[in-house]
Ligand binder design. Structure first.
Ligand SMILES: Cc1cc2nc3c(=O)[nH]c(=O)nc-3n(C[C@H](O)[C@H](O)[C@H](O)COP(=O)(O)OP(=O)(O)OC[C@H]3O[C@@H](n4cnc5c(N)ncnc54)[C@H](O)[C@@H]3O)c2cc1C
Length: 450
């Protein structure tokens, strides 16, 4: 604990992958941090109904892994102890994309971890539970956030317990990490503020996922496989990652009229028609140990809370409440963890201010926008390569797409470029490094050759 406190009571709504890391950060600056979660909070890795997406592959990118390690020292050891599988980045995940089946497999020098979403959430929850000033309350559904009478600041949250009892909890700071944003938006509406504008990219993706036991005689030279689609003609792709308990989780995805079905036979037939046979060959004789779960994802969305001025003092939306990234690129949990690290950095300076909560949200939004921009652009460019994708196509879209394709060709030949490209995609390094003049000159030369 730091010696200076910002307030007595902070409330975090939602014990998901944004709420839990944020609660840990607030524990350094508030006497009490209360996390209100509508679901149960299991002691094991079973799924929760509040996070239906957790039945699908959830990759933790390097940037998110480092952010969680920053907040919870030795976090990676906890993951391994809980059963996560280590993957040498660049080597253990076979990546298949048009023109490269597979993309050159090289050890890029760091290790990532593969596990189910419930496992990673459980490990984070256990670390958060060690803080004596954080209380995790399951079965508490927040109904609304209340403002002060003048409507300039947050006053309290109203919530309902599982026995139907309603309670009011006064708070100095309320973090809306409920994922959908209805609560933060409701507060803004209640004080007469407009709703934040939204940037939307309509991708219309369908996911289907099943878990398979890894056959005993499996020896393939990879631990997981990613098969990219043949955009724009064909949107069918797959990602199969190892999980705790010697299993693979396979998520198949397609867009518009080519979404995967939810029955076992249809799932296998869909996998058989992926662009390459690698995934199908691996699973065709493996035992399926789960039902097939489906998920529809209509659109990526980014709510521009930064445009609401003045923003109510003591309200902070984070995680999916601000953005919903196309899940294909596996970014949401990692950006949420990076936002928590950002909040930690900001509170360290805000605590010196006479009123640390004044202006916290606007400072946070300014830096969070910079964090969100890289994953947003990384996803938007391939998404817009499908002509059916609806939304505001960036004006330099064609040029950016050609640059990306040339960078990929260069990366296939040059291990240093490969490493940098993956580090940017994994949110470990900023996208600005791809604008290094020497690199840009090489990529432009490659574009000319093509
Ligand atoms: C199909 C799919 C696959 C994905 N794959 C990946 C991936 O590979 N890698 C990755 O990083 N991200 C992935 N994501 C994104 C990731 O799931 C989210 O970005 C991440 O969960 C965001 O965390 P969050 O805490 O903001 O929201 P959530 O994790 O959704 O948590 C919100 C929490 O708030 C609770 N809650 C909601 N309303 C209330 C209320 N009124 N009162 C109390 N509690 C409430 C919910 O029960 C829930 O626990 C995927 C998403 C989808 C849809």
């Amino acid at each position: 604990m730091t010696s200076r406190l910002i307030g007595r009571q902070a409330v975090v709504i939602g014990a998901g992958m944004a709420g839990l890391p944020a609660a840990r950060v607030l524990a350094d600056y508030f006497e009490h941090v209360t996390v209100l979660e509508r679901d149960s909070l299991p002691q094991d890795t079973c799924h929760r109904s509040g996070t239906p997406q957790s039945k699908h592959v959830h990759g933790l990118l390097g940037g998110g892994q480092r952010a969680l390690g920053n907040l919870f020292p030795a976090f990676e050891e906890d993951l391994v102890t809980a059963g996560a599988v280590q993957l040498r980045v660049g080597l253990d995940l076979r990546t298949e994309m048009p023109g490269y089946d597979p993309f050159p497999q090289r050890d890029l020098g760091w290790v990532s971890y593969s596990m189910s979403r419930p496992l990673i959430e459980l490990v984070v929850r256990q670390r958060v539970a060690q803080y004596t000033n954080i209380a995790l309350y399951p079965h508490c559904r927040v109904q609304r956030i209340e403002a002060t009478p003048r409507g300039t600041a947050v006053a309290a949250v109203r919530f309902e317990r599982s026995d139907g009892k309603n309670e009011r909890l006064p708070a100095d700071l309320v973090i809306d990490a409920s994922g959908r944003g209805a609560l933060a938006l409701g507060l803004l509406a209640s004080i007469g503020q407009p709703q934040p504008p939204k940037t939307i990219i309509e991708v219309d993706i369908g996911y289907a996922t099943a878990i398979f036991a890894i056959p005993d005689d499996m020896s393939a030279g990879w631990k997981g496989v990613r098969t990219f689609a043949q955009a724009p003609q064909y949107s069918r792709g797959g990602l199969m990652l190892p999980l705790e308990g010697n299993c693979w989780m396979l998520t198949l995805g397609g867009r518009h009229a080519d979404k995967p079905p939810g029955d076992g036979e249809g799932f296998l037939a869909y996998a058989q028609q992926l662009r390459t046979p690698t995934i199908y060959n691996a699973i065709k004789k493996a035992a399926r140990v789960s039902d097939v779960a489906r998920f529809g994802f209509p659109a990526s969305a980014w709510r521009h809370f930064e445009q609401i001025e003045p923003f109510p003092r003591g309200l902070l939306p984070i995680g999916d409440t601000i953005y919903r990234f196309n899940p294909v690129y596996g970014q949401g949990m990692s950006v949420a963890a990076q936002e928590a690290v950002l909040l930690h950095q900001l509170l360290r300076t805000q605590v010196e201010e006479p009123d640390p909560l004044a202006g916290l949200a606007s400072t946070f939004f300014a830096s969070a926008s910079a964090l969100i921009e890289t994953p947003w652009v990384v996803a938007a460019v391939p998404d817009f390569s499908y002509p059916q994708t609806k939304g505001h196509r960036p004006p330099d879209f064609e040029r950016t797409r050609e640059f990306g394709a040339a960078l990929t060709r260069l990366a296939a030949r040059d291990p240093d470029v490969h490493k940098l490209m993956v580090e940017v995609q994994a949110l470990v390094k900023p996208r600005s490094l791809l604008r290094d003049p020497d690199l840009v000159a090489r990529v432009r030369a490659e574009m000319t050759t093509a």
